[in-house]
Design a binder for this molecule. Structure first.
Ligand SMILES: NC(=O)c1ccc[n+]([C@@H]2O[C@H](COP(=O)([O-])OP(=O)(O)OC[C@H]3O[C@@H](n4cnc5c(N)ncnc54)[C@H](O)[C@@H]3O)[C@@H](O)[C@H]2O)c1
Length: 255
């Protein structure tokens, strides 16, 4: 039996074939899952095109995580394709460039608020929108970049990730009684569209491959996607509020 046999999984955040979410969707399908994607606005056409590169066709639903109408409509849009969900992948992040790239001290609240809403609060919005579809329990998995540290150039996106990690713990508390697990994968740097939009991203990558005891390939999202697939599976039945590091081991090193 494959890892995700018969599971219905909603995957947000597929933008290109470099997106972490694209590799999650691909692996999930290969492991027997029925995958539904979401995208929004002008990115919808890109997602629809890239979805054709998956092993099987996958529907793409409209979902801007900051749009209350989209969130309210999510349940009915999903029900057009499946009766329920077993897993939800949050693979969403955005911050205006004015609050990254060394602009920490000059960051204005309006831009910080955007980063917080899209990158942190959205985990709560997505989980609550999907909650009615997981009445038999399920697994919510999100992606973070280790928020314990102040990184070069990450700035307010790093603060948003700290809020995101905390949000996952509170969701684990409140959704646990319904059998819904909420866990995160803390990935090392991967060259995706979101990463390349951070001015000076190469300073964050630093000498990651050298510092990682296992080494690290910034062009390979598959190790991260595998951990997401594992957390979506039935093999972590008693794990919630957890952060699994997929970073070659850098988080555990002194330098
Ligand atoms: N690339 C890295 O180095 C890295 C490392 C650790 C964690 N992450 C996290 O992984 C996740 C996925 O990012 P990625 O690196 O695959 O980049 P990506 O650019 O491929 O994906 C980001 C996604 O966020 C979506 N998005 C942005 N605003 C949205 C909104 N309002 N509503 C719905 N979707 C919205 C975009 O459409 C896009 O698909 C993010 O949370 C990111 O912070 C990335």
């Amino acid at each position: 039996m494959a890892l995700l046999d018969g599971k219905n999984i909603l995957v947000t955040g597929v933008l290109t074939n470099h997106s972490i979410a694209f590799h999650v969707a691909r692996l999930a399908q290969l492991e027997g899952a029925n995958v539904i994607l979401t995208s929004f606005g002008r990115q919808m056409k890109l997602t629809q095109a890239i979805a054709k590169r998956l092993p099987q066709p996958a529907p793409v639903l409209q979902l801007d995580v900051t749009d209350n109408d989209d969130l309210a409509a999510l349940k009915d849009r999903v029900l057009e394709h499946v009766d329920s969900l077993d897993g939800v992948v949050h693979s969403i992040g955005f911050a205006p460039q004015t609050v990254m790239g060394g602009n920490f001290l000059s960051g204005e609240w309006a831009d910080v608020a955007t980063a917080m809403e899209v990158s942190a609060f959205s985990l709560k919005s997505l989980a609550v929108a999907a909650q009615p579809l997981m009445s038999n329990g399920g697994s919510v998995v999100g992606l973070t970049f280790d928020a314990k540290f102040a990184w070069p150039v990450y700035d307010w996106m790093g603060v948003a990730k700290a809020a995101f990690e905390s949000t996952a713990r509170y969701l684990a508390r409140d959704l646990g009684p319904q059998g819904i697990r909420v866990n995160l994968v803390s990935a090392g740097p991967i060259r995706t569209t979101a990463a390349k939009s951070i001015p000076g991203f190469e300073q964050m990558e630093g000498n990651w491959p050298q510092r990682a005891p296992l080494g690290w390939d910034q062009s390979n999202p598959e190790p991260t996607a595998r951990a997401v697939a594992a957390l979506l599976s039935d093999w972590f039945p008693a794990t919630t509020g957890e952060i699994v590091h997929v970073d070659g081991g850098v988080h555990a090193m002194g330098q």
